[in-house]
Design a protein around this ligand. Structure first.
Ligand code: AMP
Ligand code: MN
Ligand code: MN
Ligand code: MN
Length: 306
């Protein structure tokens, strides 16, 4: 009798220990899933901030940054949904910058969206966007495409207008076979609907981000078609004016980009970021949170988050 009891007690204890260890292993092996670059309809994404956050949650993202182009308008809605979904939202923005004739994107992560200096800067960029949209419409009209401004505006849902909205309208007209094709045919340098960007200066953009308590990160550095020398100069200047991070893992980086930019992160002592640059489900090869790990030896940018 006594023996039986002792045996079953030790069996239960053993089970509990096993379970406990299993549980511990589970937590110690659990890596938080970060996605620190995404868009909503507040700029040129196609999901509302609510839909975006819900989808990120379904995809297993633990920490999401909403980083719309030149606006923070989606953040309140996203934060509200993140609270309901039990997910952490990082306030973000992707600022358009003109540097040595190139358009470069600088992410501001963990910003205070109430900051006046930041909001004044972003407002000026949106003003340029409004003017540019009219101009793109006018140029496309000259190329025989009528009413492109209104067509694009329909896709912008009353929010800022970007080239992606024009692209969607031109696709609707059947003028190209996919987004990449529309951009190549109409919306890049030397094509009928191209208007030269006059975006923020690099040091201004970083100044606004820092004034709002955020971390400045160079977005998708491998996408700028710069020579290695020029890219290194950009990184050095970015660092000199107060930038602290670089996107190493990105939806638009391949394995060799991740390796190269990872090396730059270490060499220039910049914090490494990762983000999908998700714009919506129309683009099936990019999904929220489906990202490779940071290369060995990179310090993650989220070590700075409050
Ligand atoms: P904008 O800031 O209005 O000049 O537009 C830049 C945006 O256009 C990027 O953030 C992308 O969303 C989109 N874009 C640029 N090039 C392409 C491309 N080749 N294919 C699809 N989308 C593109
Ligand atoms: Mn975009
Ligand atoms: Mn970008
Ligand atoms: Mn982006």
């Amino acid at each position: 009798m006594v023996n039986k009891k002792a045996v079953s007690a030790s069996f239960v204890l053993k089970l509990m220990t096993l379970f406990y260890h299993h549980f511990l292993t589970k937590i110690s092996f659990y890596t938080m899933q970060y996605d620190l670059h995404s868009h909503s309809i507040a700029s040129d994404g196609t999901l509302t901030p609510i839909e975006l956050v819900k989808r990120a949650c379904e995809q297993g993202v633990d920490v999401l940054a909403l980083t719309d182009h030149d606006t923070t308008d989606g953040l309140d809605e996203a934060r509200h949904q993140a609270q309901l979904s039990g997910m952490k939202l990082i306030n973000g923005v992707e600022i358009s910058v003109t540097w040595e004739g190139h358009t470069v994107h600088i992410l501001g992560l963990d910003i205070d969206a109430q900051n006046t200096q930041l909001q004044q800067g972003l407002a000026a960029l949106r003003e340029f966007r409004d003017w540019r949209a009219q101009e793109i419409g006018r140029l496309l009209e000259k190329a025989g495409i009528e009413d492109a401004f209104n067509g694009a505006q329909k896709y912008a849902h009353g929010n800022l207008i970007g080239r992606a909205h024009f692209a969607r309208y031109l696709l609707e007209l059947g003028l190209a076979k996919n987004m990449n094709d529309v951009f190549k045919k109409y919306l890049v340098h030397r094509k009928p609907g191209y208007v030269n960007g006059k975006w923020a200066a690099l040091d201004d953009a970083i100044g606004w981000i820092r004034a709002s308590g955020g971390v400045a990160v160079i977005a998708h550095p491998a996408r700028y078609n710069m020579s290695a020398t020029k890219l290194r100069r950009l990184i050095q200047e970015f660092k000199d004016v107060g930038g602290s991070g670089i996107e190493v893992v990105s939806g638009s980086h391949n394995a060799s980009d991740r390796h190269n930019i990872g090396q730059y992160a270490k060499r220039f002592e910049l914090l490494a970021s990762m983000g999908s640059d998700y714009h919506g489900p129309e683009n099936p090869w990019i999904e929220l949170g489906r990202l490779q790990e940071l290369p060995q030896g990179c310090t993650p940018v989220w070590t700075l988050f409050s």
